[in-house]
Write a protein that binds this ligand. Structure first.
Ligand code: SF4
Length: 361
């Protein structure tokens, strides 16, 4: 499934996870008897509702699926960022309970030994435990990042190196080492937690409810898709560009096959975060689906970054099923607002298409 992404929307996280895994036939992709590593994003010790960490429900549903498919030899491995404790993150994020329930060990990469790998003249100190797994499943969170714009599948591998190496990554400007790291270690499958990732920051605090889970096996393609989901072009993210150039994968999202298993039928409930509430002031929503609303909030956040939000002061942007059949002057998002004089179609329209449309109007 190299150039394929399978996605679903909704609120039933367990069901959504199982659906995308079954459609991807993950169980058949894994050779029998493999030692399977699950790499969540537990950069900080905060629950997944903060927008920072991978949902324990996704990981539980994944483990049950793997066991049902006859894959029993599983380990969860992670290293929180410098300054936080992985063990505390495992506890706070609900992973100790997962470990007990399914008898799956939790491994702290900070306690590991490391092997020096090299790509293109750059030494990178990689976890020995990570190097011992046969099949690696990566679970990044769909969230923004203040330095790299997006923190996706490629960057989540930073939890598989020593703390000393993480410091060197920052000193080397992050992008090139992140891309090179993905030449020396291979992730085999990526399951993206797009339930409520943060607007701009790795450490959470401004979650945007996006109600989506998607999966694939090319980390460059997945990161390109993640970038588009939060309002960037793939090549806006330097490490995606470098990773493609050195052959980690393809950023050609326009020619990828994106299979959507089900549409979002939930009605948006904007998060209580002050930043999301501030962006929401520019929106008049009437029964907007969560996915559509989230894409608009992400697009407004990008406009805010570019100092263009002022253009929409006193001109509310209309969105939602409540505008079906209404004809009037204004700015409308999605096919439900096709009667509004300036409108972008789609159901839901993507974040990047909303952003381009709003820049034009
Ligand atoms: S266009 Fe309408 S129906 Fe489609 S996702 Fe948006 S609000 Fe929902």
């Amino acid at each position: 499934m190299e150039n394929r992404i399978i996605q679903t929307y909704g609120e039933d996280i367990w069901k959504m996870t199982t659906e995308v895994l079954e459609k991807a036939k993950l169980g058949k992709m894994i050779p029998k008897g493999s030692y399977i590593g699950i790499k969540p994003n537990l950069a900080v010790a905060k629950p997944s509702s903060s927008g920072a960490t991978s949902s324990p429900i996704i990981v539980s549903a994944l483990i049950e699926y793997l066991k049902k498919e006859g894959h029993d030899n599983i380990i969860i491995l992670e290293s929180s960022w410098i300054g936080d404790s992985t063990k505390r993150a495992y506890k706070v994020c609900g992973y100790e309970d997962i470990s007990k329930k399914y008898n799956v060990p939790l491994f702290d990469v900070k306690d590991d030994t490391y092997t020096m790998k090299n790509y293109n003249g750059m030494d990178i100190e990689v976890s020995d435990k990570l190097l011992s797994v046969d099949f690696l499943i990566n679970i990044p969170v769909l969230k923004g990042h203040c330095q790299t714009l997006v923190t996706g599948a490629l960057k989540n591998m930073k939890g598989c190196i020593s703390d000393r190496e993480k410091r060197r990554f920052h000193a080397r400007g992050l992008h090139t080492p992140i891309a090179y790291l993905n030449k020396v270690i291979k992730q085999d499958f990526i399951l993206v937690d797009g339930i409520c990732g943060d607007l701009d920051f790795e450490e959470g605090g401004n979650p945007v409810i996006m109600n989506r889970i998607f999966c694939g096996s090319d980390p460059v393609l997945i990161d390109s898709y993640m970038a588009e989901n939060i309002g960037y072009k793939p090549y806006d993210v330097e490490y995606i560009k470098i990773a493609e150039e050195i052959g980690v994968g393809s950023a050609d999202i326009d020619n990828a096959e994106v299979i959507i298993l089900s549409k979002d039928e939930t009605i948006a409930k904007p998060s209580a975060s002050r930043k999301v509430q501030r962006l929401a002031q520019y929106v008049e929503a009437k029964q907007s689906c969560s996915a559509c609303y989230a894409n608009l909030i992400r697009a407004l956040s990008r406009l805010d970054d570019e100092g263009l939000l002022y253009k929409f002061k006193n001109k509310p942007i209309l969105i939602g099923q409540g505008f079906k059949g209404i004809e009037k002057e204004g700015i409308g998002i999605g096919q439900c607002t096709k009667g509004i004089s300036k409108n972008i179609g789609g159901c839901p329209p993507s974040t990047t298409s909303i952003l381009e449309f709003l820049k034009r109007v």
